[in-house]
Design a protein around this ligand. Structure first.
Ligand SMILES: C[S@@+](CC[C@H](N)C(=O)[O-])C[C@H]1O[C@@H](n2cnc3c(N)ncnc32)[C@H](O)[C@@H]1O
Length: 256
């Protein structure tokens, strides 16, 4: 990860190095947008409450690392600290969803529901489907959704491996997918390929932790090279993928 971070720092550019009008506009209006949206205070209020929540959950971990963590006791505040995207990145997810106005959003990995809430507030008319394999963690997320009176979140419980194929049978198009759980190479590629069947020209995929491990770095390389993938943006913590046929295939490493 350290080597990849050095590489990222050497390659990253800002708006002056972007020669694609689509990415230039996106970078200036979405990545660099510093407006204080209402969603930020609403969700960060919940994050702040969770940071003091000492309730102990029995965590069922179905992702990379499973085998060691089955039924492991962890406090809500610890889960918040270790598994949930920071304000900086979850607010970028919000701005991306707000910018592209997707009808159907899918999230693999709800955890406590922080990123889900950002995605759901970004467009109340969209449906956010979020899948979580740990029942006790999901219960806390459901409390949080109720606290914000979100009516556009559909929460599914279970393993992505079984839930995703069943869900995809019921959907025509996926406009926005956030892949944020089970950081194994084979699983990441499998979820990517399944979701790929449902993309349209405007769809956007976002992968978390693309440099978390050698496996994730390899998965990100495979995704970037896929013939259906046109524009990719690497901001180190996240990898963002577009399928726009009108674009030439191009990869951007952007400062964020
Ligand atoms: C990094 S956390 C999600 C964080 C959340 N998106 C956020 O930023 O607010 C990943 C979640 O995915 C869940 N998960 C991992 N692998 C899974 C699998 N194969 N099936 C279902 N859930 C899984 C874990 O239980 C964990 O809660």
């Amino acid at each position: 990860m350290a080597i990849n971070y050095l590489k990222y720092n050497r390659l990253k550019t800002n708006e002056h190095g972007i020669h694609s009008p689509f990415v230039f506009e996106l970078y200036n209006h979405v990545f660099k947008n510093t407006s204080p949206y209402y969603a930020y205070s609403a969700v960060e209020g919940i994050r702040s409450r969770l940071s003091a929540d000492k309730r102990i959950l029995h965590v069922k971990d179905l992702g990379a690392g499973s085998g060691h963590n089955q039924g492991k006791a962890r406090s809500v505040q610890r889960i918040l600290k270790t598994a949930v995207k920071s304000p900086k990145y979850s607010q970028l997810l919000f701005r991306l969803a707000n910018h592209f106005q997707p009808d159907t959003i899918l999230e693999l990995g709800t955890s406590l529901g922080i990123s889900t809430m950002y995605l759901a507030i970004a467009r109340s008319k969209s449906t956010v489907i979020t899948i979580e394999g740990c029942p006790e963690t999901r219960q806390i997320a459901l409390e949080n959704f109720a606290g914000l009176e979100l009516s556009n979140v559909r929460s599914l419980e279970g393993n992505f491996d079984t839930q995703l194929p069943e869900l995809l049978k019921t959907l025509d198009t996926l406009n926005f997918v956030f892949f944020d759980g089970n950081h194994r190479k084979s699983a990441t590629i499998s979820y990517f390929e399944q979701c790929l069947e449902k993309v349209n020209n405007e769809s956007i995929f976002i992968f978390d932790d693309i440099y978390w491990s050698k496996e994730m770095t390899e998965a990100w390389e495979i995704i970037k090279a896929h013939p259906k993938v046109k524009v990719t943006i690497d901001i180190f913590q996240l990898g963002i993928v577009f399928f726009r046929k009108e674009q030439v295939k191009q990869h951007f490493v952007l400062s964020y």
